[in-house]
Structure formats: structure tokens, C-alpha cells
Ligand binder design. Structure first.
Ligand SMILES: Nc1ncnc2c1ncn2[C@@H]1O[C@H](COP(=O)(O)OP(=O)(O)OP(=O)(O)O)[C@@H](O)[C@H]1O
Ligand SMILES: [Mg+2]
Length: 249
């Protein structure tokens, strides 16, 4: 099952979620590949990978094999990204089937994994198009504010376009609210507003504001490894269960 984590608004918890959901799925004995598809390389950096590592850009350009780029951290296979990916993205525009490069790459390794999670950049870039073309499902993360909702609307439009041309089976898996503080009136209001006005399905789990979640990247670890007893770790494990149940249905 290939899941792209996407929202056209920046800073809504996409990377945090791809990383910690991946780590939580491994705790649940699943075989996981995390693909960093953002030239910011935040996911790779958060797992302690050096910025001069052999990254996905070498594999997409055919200079290196998948096996040469893959790193295993906390039992997760990670295909990292670095800033080099933005240069390779530019050269991808000249390639035939440029929207299918990631899909073709994934098809060679998919049978080795139960879950492949793709961390997208917020940009409506060729890389994000590649992610949505390769994915079976998209999940979006939102902060409970109006700008996240705007980003969600934009990603929904992109999904419709990708469905109609490049990837008809693509489905929306759900919206995950992150950084939630239910003591705040705005959080409740935004959830109610979305539920009343849109047909998005929310995951039952939401991720509360949690300092351990924010601290874990500076230790090069997922929150599941860094602070297994924290609310953040518990909530990402619940999300993993929810997604495993969905897959098993
Ligand atoms: N549950 C949480 N509690 C506290 N801080 C959080 C939580 N979730 C995310 N953050 C923090 O919010 C910030 C943005 O998160 P993140 O980098 O995952 O967003 P993003 O959507 O990947 O951003 P971008 O669009 O730039 O890729 C980070 O500093 C992260 O540590
Ligand atoms: Mg990110």
C-alpha cells in the first residue's frame, strides 16, 4: 500500500507524520519504506542522515541503484532526499514519462514492503505529481487553522487532476489533525467547520501538541524511539493501528 502524505500548505506536520507513522508501523511488525521526496530533506535530516548521502535523486536519474541509496534506521528502510533532488527535478522535465519515474522505481521494490509512505513537499511540483501518480492513497495533515484548510482544498484539486489523467485509482485516505490543542476554541471550531462543510473523512486518531514530537528530530529519532511513553508516540501507534485495520478490511 503506497500512501502519499500531502498538503499544499507548508508546515502542517507532513514530515513529522510520515516519519512517526512509519516508525509506528515498524513497531507493529510491518515492513516499511519511507520515501523522502522533498528537496528540503527534513525527513532524512530528522533521522540523522548526512546531507551528502546518496539520495533518491541518484536513483531517479539512474546514476545509482535503489540498494545503494537505501538506509535502515529504527528498522525502517529510508530512501533519503537532499537539496540535490531539486536539481534532478529540473532535469526530469526532459524525460519521457516524467510523471511516472517514482511509480516505476516503486514497482521494482513494492513486494518487499507492507507500507510505502511518501513525504511530499508542499509545492505543486513535478515531484509531488510523481508522488500522487505512484500512490494508492493520499493522506493530508492539517493544523487546525484556516490556512491548512486552504492547502487541503488545493491538494484536493490536484488529486482530482491526477485522478483524471495519470492515476485513476488514487483515493483520499483521510485527514489527520496534528498539533491539536482541544483547549483552544479555534481547534474545535475548525474541526466542526470542516465536518459540516466538506466530505473529508478524518482519522479517528488526532495528534496533540507534544513537546517530545518536536524534540525527537534533534536526536535523529522518531518519537516512538525517543519517547515511547509520550502522548505523541501513543497517538502515532494508534494511527498505525487504524491504517493497518483499514488495509486488512
Ligand atoms: N504534534 C506536534 N507537537 C508539537 N510540534 C509538532 C507536532 N507535529 C509537528 N510539530 C512541529 O511542527 C513543525 C512543522 O512540522 P513538519 O516539518 O512535519 O511540517 P511539514 O508539513 O512537513 O512542513 P513542510 O511543508 O515544510 O514540509 C515542526 O517543527 C514539527 O516539529
Ligand atoms: Mg515536510
Amino acid at each position: 500500500m503506497v500512501i502519499a502524505v500531502a498538503n499544499h500548505k507548508g508546515g502542517t506536520g507532513k514530515t513529522t507524520t510520515a516519519l512517526n507513522l512509519g516508525a509506528a508501523l515498524v513497531v507493529k511488525q510491518k515492513r516499511v519504506l519511507l520515501i523522502d521526496l522533498d528537496p528540503q530533506g527534513n525527513l532524512s535530516y530528522s533521522l540523522g542522515l548526512p546531507e551528502d548521502c546518496i539520495d533518491i535523486s541518484y536513483v531517479l536519474s539512474g546514476e545509482k541503484e535503489f540498494s545503494e541509496a537505501i538506509q535502515n534506521i529504527e528498522g525502517i528502510d529510508v530512501l533519503p532526499a537532499t537539496m540535490r533532488l531539486s536539481d534532478v527535478e529540473l532535469s526530469m522535465f526532459d524525460v519521457e514519462d516524467r510523471e511516472f519515474l517514482l511509480k516505476n522505481l516503486i514497482s521494482t521494490v513494492q513486494s518487499n514492503y507492507d507500507f510505502i509512505l511518501i513525504d511530499c513537499s508542499p509545492a505543486r511540483s513535478l515531484l509531488t505529481v510523481n508522488a500522487l501518480t505512484a500512490a494508492d492513497y493520499v493522506m493530508s495533515t492539517i493544523l487546525l487553522d484556516v490556512l491548512s484548510i486552504q492547502g487541503l482544498m488545493h491538494i484536493v484539486r490536484t488529486i482530482e487532476e491526477i485522478k483524471s489523467v495519470l492515476n485513476p485509482p488514487l483515493e483520499f485516505l483521510g485527514v489527520l489533525a496534528v498539533n491539536v490543542d482541544l483547549r483552544k476554541k479555534l481547534s474545535k471550531e475548525v474541526i466542526d467547520f470542516i465536518k459540516q462543510n466538506y466530505e473529508f473523512s478524518f482519522f479517528e486518531t488526532s495528534i496533540r501538541v507534544n513537546v517530545k514530537v518536536a524534540e525527537a528530530p534533534s536526536h535523529g529519532q522518531s518519537v516512538v524511539a525517543y519517547a515511547p511513553k509520550s502522548n505523541g508516540a501513543k497517538e502515532y501507534l494508534l494511527l498505525a493501528e487504524e491504517i493497518i485495520d483499514f488495509k486488512n478490511k
